[in-house]
Design a protein around this ligand. Structure first.
Ligand code: 6PG
Length: 455
């Protein structure tokens, strides 16, 4: 009997997705570039629902037509290479699904290239990591509608469920699914950094056990989220009786999706300073050797007495997380710049389960977005921000006074203060541009562009 679907790439994601598909009743054909992996995985998970294959011809021929092949491989050139090899064996109307963290512009290109030869390219952004692959993912799909209809049932089965509602959605042609996933990851970066900055502040005054207790309490409130609960678990983890977190090098790596979110911000002109700050925080963290040198030269370390309420810190995290999501939402709204028509409400809906950025604040944003597409106009959001603002300021000034890094949290402060300010100093910016470059400026009392001979 032929397989319902094929998995190309048996990394941990591929393996777990295979087991998930089998559990949902599908017959799955598997292929990996190195035979050894396929062999080992099959030996460990021997089942009549898994067909191990060791060359691409057998792999493709072992799948029912129209064939559906999911690529679970490293984004970038490996995807093009895999597609080129597969094209020698697949036929018209077969569907190649790229489930990696690919750039949406690459997915747009692959979509058009494959369309020319009659093969369907489908890009799905999947979130949830290894556990999600095994138990249920949040799936952001993009590609031809016909291909979507063919794979819809499978996507539904492997998706996470929020109160029984499957967390997958079709966002349109080309790379639109990967576009949504990139914004998801940009938000992920800003949330991770917000939690890390708060952790760093708390760690100056409390031990890990206490901080995990604090976070655990917060996790029972509106701050309840996957990332906060993951932090609680991380802070509890010991190795040989010592906290593992203390042995992890403070250099944060990245695979590029956060940077791509910032590129979207720069290209569309939609501000996302919290996401940019999160990416730069990772870059600065990578300067470990320089940081060691500079820290000796600029010895500014100073810790005053702890003069904050935990409630102030909690509200600070709440504001930073909320504003980070909000910037992501506005980025999604800018999808028309790339000729997509992303349904933002759908993105928020399917992020409610399975994905890394799931949490109560997101649930709230989903509900509010149904009434306020310009989300900062929502009364509920306004009330949360205003109600927490004094606490936010207190924590911010405490962090500044103690020379603690608050890169994302302060980026969120400036974003908020600027977007709610009717008047900004951009009049002087314009005057200076006109002064030295005759770039012209608009006036508040007359229509049109003006230039002044300033000297
Ligand atoms: C997810 C994650 C996942 C992966 C990131 C990590 O939604 O499941 O986003 O895709 O963990 O790609 O990205 P960095 O290596 O850039 O942190």
């Amino acid at each position: 009997m032929l397989a319902d679907i094929g998995i190309f790439g048996l990394g941990t994601m591929g393996e777990n997705l295979c087991l998930n598909l089998v559990e949902k009743g599908y017959k799955v054909s598997i292929y990996n570039r190195t035979e050894e992996k396929t062999r080992k995985f099959y030996e460990k998970n021997r089942s009549s629902a898994i067909i191990p294959t060791y060359n691409l011809k057998d792999f493709v021929e072992s799948i029912k037509k129209p064939r559906k092949v999911i690529l679970l491989i490293k984004a970038g050139d490996p995807v093009d290479e895999a597609i080129n090899h597969l094209l020698k064996h697949v036929e018209k109307n077969d569907i190649i699904i790229d489930a990696g963290n690919s750039h949406f512009k690459d997915s747009d290109r692959r979509y058009s290239e494959l369309k020319k030869v009659g093969v369907n390219f489908f890009g799905i952004g999947i979130s949830g990591g290894v556990e999600g692959a095994r138990k249920g993912l949040s799936i952001m799909a993009g590609g031809s509608k016909e291909a979507f209809d063919e794979i819809k049932e499978i996507l539904e089965k492997i998706s996470a469920k929020y109160n029984g509602e499957p967390c997958f959605s079709y966002f349109g042609e080309g790379g639109s699914g990967h576009f949504v996933k990139i914004i998801h990851n940009g938000i992920e970066y800003a949330l991770i950094e917000s939690i890390s900055e708060i952790f760093f502040l708390l760690s100056k005054f409390f031990d890990h056990e206490k901080i995990s207790e604090i976070f655990n309490e917060w996790n029972k409130s509106i701050l309840s989220s996957f990332l906060l609960s993951a932090t609680v678990n991380i802070l509890r983890k010991k190795e040989n009786g010592k906290f593992l977190i203390d042995y992890i090098l403070d250099k944060a790596e990245q695979k590029g999706t956060g940077k791509w979110s910032v590129e979207i911000s720069l290209e569309t002109g939609i501000p996302a300073p919290a996401i940019a700050a999160a990416v730069f925080s990772r870059y600065i963290s990578m300067m470990k050797e320089s940081r060691v040198k500079y820290s000796k030269l600029y010895n500014l370390s100073k810790i005053t007495n702890f003069s904050l309420d935990l409630e102030d810190i909690k509200k600070t995290l709440l504001v930073s997380i909320l504003l980070s999501y909000i910037q992501g939402i506005y980025l999604l709204k800018g999808s028309s710049f790339y000729n997509y028509k992303i349904n933002v409400s759908e993105a928020l809906r399917i992020w409610r389960a399975g994905c890394i950025i799931r949490g109560e604040i997101l649930n709230l944003l989903y509900k509010e977005y149904l009434n306020y597409e310009d989300i900062l106009l929502s009364n509920n959001i306004k009330n949360i921000l205003l109600e927490s603002f004094q606490s936010f300021l207190k924590t911010l000034s405490f962090a500044f006074n103690n020379h603690l890094p608050f890169n994302v949290i302060s980026a969120n402060y400036n974003y908020f203060i600027m977007v709610i300010n009717e008047k900004l100093p951009a009049n002087l910016t314009q005057a200076l541009r006109d002064y030295f470059g005759a770039h012209g400026y608009k006036r508040i009392d007359k229509e049109g562009y003006f230039h002044t001979e300033w000297y």
